[in-house]
Design a protein around this ligand. Structure first.
Ligand SMILES: [Zn+2]
Length: 311
């Protein structure tokens, strides 16, 4: 590998950053993500027990890995896990323009009974829906994969390999303190961007096999080691390759798009009787955003004026 191809612009720890890379001679392309303060930011809005915080951290890394592949700046990526009889009832994460958010709804009592839950205990017969919304074309694409196996990463890998027929490797890792998490997504691109074949046989293309074997040597602690710049991690994995290109890097932050107006509109759609049941003694309906826990006090009187319904 020519080291001149690797620039030094990437910050040492790469916290809250997605870094793209390519192995042109192998038709492979990928992303590395490492989250730090962003995790604390998202998790501090909630009081999640460790297993819930961990799975949400993995999902946030996955959202960053997938979101960073969106071609349009205004596009959105949403991950939603729906479950049947799992401890977790709902897990949602989304990514838009480098901003990530997420939350989990779960049964605290069942988790207390099973403090070290498996993926199956968490999600039961669960599914992960991955939705790409393109901003300009307004195209929406959704793929749904079963949440099977040992990890979220496996489900994501299934999404690409089975639904998309793109050979892919996904790894997600969270450190024991829960303050740093990281992940890698690497994919094989069939030769010729246009009219490329999507054949099952591509999944064992010899070039991809080579890349996959190298990428599989990555260890969890390398993904979240703050002292290991992502650039050095790439070097470790692919130093014998002809060329490793560092592509654009995207800074990541916690972002919530909840607004007073949005919450007000939602409440306005309820009937007068339902609103009457929600209102407190001071005449406010308090609604909190499930993502960021921000509370929006909506004054019932304002709502009734605005909605113009005297009922
Ligand atoms: Zn919010």
């Amino acid at each position: 590998m020519a080291s001149s191809n690797v620039n030094n612009a990437v910050a040492a720890a790469n916290l809250d950053e997605a870094v793209g890379f390519a192995l042109p001679a192998r038709s492979a392309r990928g992303r590395l993500v490492r989250l730090g303060p962003l995790l604390d930011d998202v998790l501090s809005a909630h009081d999640y027990p460790a297993p819930i915080a961990r799975i949400l951290s993995e999902a946030l890394v996955l959202a960053a890995l997938l979101g960073a592949t969106l071609k349009e700046a205004g596009g959105q990526l949403t991950l939603q896990a729906q479950t049947e009889a799992g401890i977790i009832d709902l897990l949602v994460c989304d990514y838009k323009g480098g901003e990530i958010r997420g939350y989990v709804r779960f049964d605290a009592q069942r988790l207390a009974d099973e403090p070290l839950p498996s993926l199956f205990a968490l999600f039961g017969k669960g599914y992960l829906a991955i939705t790409f919304d393109q901003a300009v074309t307004r195209e929406r694409y959704q793929g749904i994969v079963p949440l099977e196996g040992d990890s979220f990463a496996e489900a994501a890998q299934h999404f690409f390999s089975q639904s998309e027929q793109v050979p892919s490797l996904v790894r997600l890792a969270v450190n024991d303190t829960g303050h740093v998490a990281g992940g890698i997504l690497i994919q094989h691109l069939a030769e010729g961007e246009e009219g490329r074949e999507r054949l099952r046989t591509r999944l064992d293309h010899p070039e991809w096999e080579h890349v996959r074997l190298l990428a599989e040597t990555i260890r969890a602690n390398e993904l979240f080691d703050q002292d290991l710049p992502l650039e050095n991690l790439l070097w470790r994995l692919f130093h014998d390759e002809e060329e490793v290109q560092l592509l654009s890097s995207v800074p990541l932050s916690k972002g919530c798009r909840c607004t007073f107006e949005y919450v007000r509109d939602v409440i306005a759609r309820f009937g007068a009787e339902e609103r009457g049941q929600m209102v407190d003694d001071e005449g406010f309906i308090s609604v909190d955003c499930e993502f960021c826990s921000r509370v929006f006090p909506i004054r019932l009187a304002d709502l009734e004026d605005g909605a113009g319904d005297g009922a």
